[in-house]
Design a protein around this ligand. Sequence first.
Ligand code: ADP
Ligand code: ZN
Length: 206
Amino acid sequence: MKIVLLGPPGSGKGTQAHIICEKYSLPHISTGDIFRANISQGTELGKRAKEYMDQGSLVPDDLTISIVVDRLKQPDCEKGFVFDGFPRNLNQAKKLDKMVALDKAIMIHLDDEEIINRLSKRRMCKKCGNPTHLDWLVDGKCEKCGGEVYQRDDDAEATIKARLEKQKLPQDVIDFYKQKGIYEQITSTDTKEETFKLLDEILKKI
Ligand code: ADP
Ligand code: ZN
């Protein structure tokens, strides 16, 4: 199963990617997670990526594509994978297309108003990486593993607005996948379980 999840920040791509990967035992490839891991390890790549991420901009394609090329060489990707946060523009989509044959590109749609509401309440688990939400925490801790949670730097309200303006997924990416006949769209629901059900209807047919 080789799929990409498309959609605005806050649409639940990361959460759904975690659920799909657990259920189908697939590697979860999140370019955002790879950048954040590099930032916390203080690598050169992390330093370069952080400048863009803090402004709510996209990291340049040369950096982003090179981490994806490296990741796809790992043996765990042979049986399939779920991309989350990649591709974000047509150049990235075309480069990915040269490397692998995707089964589906699935858009998780969410209205702008709801995006801001969700992102300002988003928290991340320090221990298991689960993207969670203020309302889901149990005693202020990750509902999955009990780990401490934190707010991402780029989930500050001003950065959220910048990300929405600068990072709208270009229509040409959608058209590219429509032309290939692998594009699907669902609308994010209020619960992650319901949203997963919608996605799973598509995944079961692969
Ligand atoms: P979100 O989907 O919530 O915006 P991500 O974790 O996917 O968050 O990405 C965080 C940041 O990392 C983005 O705002 C962007 O700066 C950078 N980034 C992640 N993936 C890409 C990509 N494919 N191309 C360029 N920049 C990226
Ligand atoms: Zn956790």
